[in-house]
Write a protein that binds this ligand. Structure first.
Ligand SMILES: *Cc1c(COP(=O)(O)O)cnc(C)c1O
Length: 336
C-alpha cells in the first residue's frame, strides 16, 4: 500500500528550532487544520502533545472535537458551533455578523483585519465588536491578526504589525485584559526579532517545509513527511511498446517497467507527460498518471515519491502546502 511516513525526529527538530524563537513550547499553537497539512490530524496532535505543545489551531469544529481532550485550547479558525462546546474551544470571529450565530458563553477570539483584507473585522469596528461580544454573552479570550506577506521581502509585514499594535493600545486603554494576543504564522515568527506575543500559530515550519527568501536567514528545517508507494506489478517492454493511458509512456531502449500504487485518486497531482515528475532518486514517471497507479522503470519493491514537499512543489509549479494537503486522508500514515 502507498504510505505516508512521519518522521518524529524531524518534527522534534523543527519544534526545537521554533522554540528558539518563542522561548517556550507553551507559546506554540500548532496549526492542525486540513488534516494537519495532510500529515494526519490525530497522529500529529499526539506527537505535538508528546513534545509539550498545549495549544492547537484547526479549521472546523469537527477537527476541534477530535483532538480537544489533549490540549488546553483549540482555536477554530473558520466554523460556527451549534451549541456551547466548553471554554477550551475558541472560535475565531471573522466578521461582526458572525457573532449572531455563536452560542452564548462561547470563548471567542476576535480577528482584526490589519491589511490582508481576507477575514476579520476592520480596525474601526474593534470597539463596537468588543461591545457586541459582551452584549451577546460571549467570552472574549483573544485578539489576533494574520499577515498577508510575511514570507516575502517588503514592508507590509511592518505596517500590518503597526496596525495590530494600535489595536493593542486601544484595548489597553479600554482595560481589556487577560486575553491572548497573537499575529504570527511561521514566516512572521521567523522574521520577528524579539517575540513577545502570547502564542504563535505555527503550521508549515513545524512540518519542515517553510520557504523564506535567503536574506531572512531562516534556520534550516527538516521535512516531516515522506510519501511512498509499493510495487503492484512488473513487466518487460520493448522500445516500441507503450505504457499506460493514451500509450504516452515508453522506454527508449526497452526494459523493465513496474506499476506502483499511487495516483491522482490519492491526491497525487497528475502533472504532465511532457514534463514528467522526477522522484528523489532521479526516476521519472512514465506516461500518464492513472487514478490509482503510476509507472516507473525498474522493479524496486517500494519507491519514495518525495521526502521534501518543497522540491515536489517546485516541479509542479505550486507551494508545498498544496502538495501536502491534497494527499488523501485514506493513505495510511505511520510514525517512524
Ligand atoms: C494557516 C494559518 C496559519 C499557519 O500558517 P503557516 O504559514 O503554515 O505557519 C496561521 N494563522 C492563520 C490564521 C492561518 O489560517
Amino acid at each position: 500500500m502507498s504510505l505516508i511516513e512521519i518522521s518524529r525526529k524531524n518534527f522534534v527538530y523543527n519544534i526545537n528550532q521554533i522554540v528558539q524563537k518563542t522561548q517556550s513550547h507553551e507559546k506554540i499553537a500548532l496549526v492542525l487544520k486540513d488534516n494537519a497539512y495532510g500529515h494526519g490530524l490525530t497522529l500529529m496532535a499526539s506527537l505535538a502533545v508528546e513534545v509539550g505543545i498545549r495549544h492547537a489551531v484547526v479549521r472546523t469544529v469537527t477537527e476541534a472535537m477530535a483532538i480537544y481532550e489533549q490540549f488546553e485550547t483549540v482555536l477554530v479558525l473558520s466554523d460556527t458551533p451549534k451549541t456551547y462546546l466548553g471554554e477550551k474551544i475558541h472560535i475565531a470571529i471573522n466578521d461582526v455578523r458572525h457573532l449572531d450565530a455563536i452560542p452564548t458563553g462561547t470563548s471567542v477570539e476576535l480577528k482584526v483585519d490589519t491589511g490582508m483584507h481576507r477575514n476579520g473585522i476592520m480596525p474601526a469596528e474593534f470597539l463596537p465588536a468588543i461591545e457586541a461580544i459582551e452584549a451577546k454573552g460571549l467570552k472574549l479570550v483573544g485578539v489576533m491578526t494574520h499577515y498577508r506577506s510575511a514570507d516575502e521581502m517588503g514592508s507590509e509585514f511592518f505596517w500590518q504589525r503597526k496596525v495590530f499594535e494600535h489595536i493593542r493600545n486601544l484595548a489597553e486603554r479600554e482595560k481589556i485584559v487577560d486575553i491572548r494576543w497573537h499575529s504570527c504564522n511561521s514566516a512572521a515568527l521567523f522574521r520577528t526579532q524579539n517575540f513577545d506575543e502570547d502564542i504563535a500559530r505555527v503550521g508549515i515550519a513545524a512540518y519542515g517545509c517553510l520557504e523564506m527568501p535567503k536574506p531572512f536567514n531562516t534556520p534550516h528545517l527538516k521535512p516531516v513527511m515522506s510519501l511512498w508507494a509499493e510495487r503492484i506489478s512488473t513487466r518487460t517492454v520493448s522500445s516500441s511498446q507503450r505504457i499506460g493511458y493514451g500509450g504516452e509512456g515508453s522506454l527508449s531502449k526497452g526494459g523493465m517497467v513496474s506499476t506502483y500504487d499511487i495516483g491522482y485518486g490519492d491526491g497525487w497531482l497528475r502533472g504532465s507527460v511532457q514534463n514528467p515528475y522526477r522522484l528523489p532518486n532521479g526516476q521519472k514517471i512514465l506516461g500518464r498518471v492513472s487514478m490509482d497507479a503510476i509507472s516507473l522503470e525498474g522493479s524496486d519493491e517500494r519507491v519514495c515519491l518525495f521526502d521534501d514537499a518543497r522540491q515536489t512543489a517546485k516541479q509542479f509549479g505550486t507551494i508545498p502546502y498544496d502538495i501536502l494537503v491534497k494527499l488523501s486522508p485514506s493513505i495510511q500514515r505511520v510514525v517512524v
